[in-house]
Ligand binder design. Sequence first.
Ligand SMILES: C[S@@+](CC[C@H](N)C(=O)[O-])C[C@H]1O[C@@H](n2cnc3c(N)ncnc32)[C@H](O)[C@@H]1O
Length: 328
Amino acid sequence: MKPVESEFVFALTNPGSEKALKLEVETMKLGWRPGYQRRGFVTFKADKPFSFDSLDVEIATARRLCLSLGKATTREAGVALLGETRIIHHARFADRKMQGVCDGKTSGKPQLGEVVGTVVELGDSEFWAGLHRHAPFLSPDPAGDAGILMPAESPSRAWLKLEEAARFFDLEFTRKDIVVELGCAPGGVVLALINRGVPVIGVDPAKMAEVVLASAIAERQDVLTDSSWFFQCRKPAALTSKRDLGLGVTWFMSDMNQSPEVVLKECARFCKMAPSIRGVLITLKLTDLLQVADKSQWFASLAEMGFKTIRLQQLSVHHKEFALLALR
Ligand SMILES: C[S@@+](CC[C@H](N)C(=O)[O-])C[C@H]1O[C@@H](n2cnc3c(N)ncnc32)[C@H](O)[C@@H]1O
């Protein structure tokens, strides 16, 4: 494909996050100025034209970032703006959500480096077309919306958060992993992990759902097989000790409704107690999405713990939340 340049980029975000997106871009000092805006959709302009390389920036509040090729009045005309692009994703603002459109005609998962087209429907006759290159830690799904359906047996929507994060970041959990999750009740995340065959130590004083308790073991030391199991440490995170964790914990997760500072402090303590932890996946709960302006402090804490790859990302299932991923 010929080099593409554009005067504008557009970002897709969760409706209601537009202000946080603009603040985040301003805080990053990219020199991008916000332009046209609709619910879930913001364009930016800069002094120089944008190229694909301009999109190599990590904007947590953008579920998708594209070089804008302009707008059309029909979907077909929007698709035509994209030229010869193998993978074309469709998105639509509907039911107050920015949704990916899965029309059954799947064109497969994009390869790394492959150019993906996106057509965004904002109204009856408003279709924006854009391009981006698929890269690690970018969602392979239309508009960053995995369209995953939660099973009826899941005790909470946290199931969706784990599944969408795994898909967005292309994470693999195996039966050789052991996950410790702080704030595990009632058990949506635990259920998703158990169903993937992954053992979990859950930390939470609250009661777990029956569907999860079916896999529960009474003592951490009971574990003799490599099949998945769940052990609940029924106390607050701050009272959990090295003994509760045992050996071999590989992932730290948290879904506690606590401030980022409290969660990151516990993360540092758990990483000290279990040096085998290789990955961190936190659902950061904020009182205001504008707290995204503090992201460099969260990254600095994780870097101090020895993590090299750090990503903050809004998922389509999030409200006032972000997924914070860190890998050694
Ligand atoms: C949003 S819910 C978690 C949902 C859960 N991850 C799931 O998959 O269903 C938040 C949980 O955090 C727990 N929590 C809050 N503060 C905590 C702390 N200091 N230590 C452990 N758990 C805590 C609460 O008891 C509550 O169950």
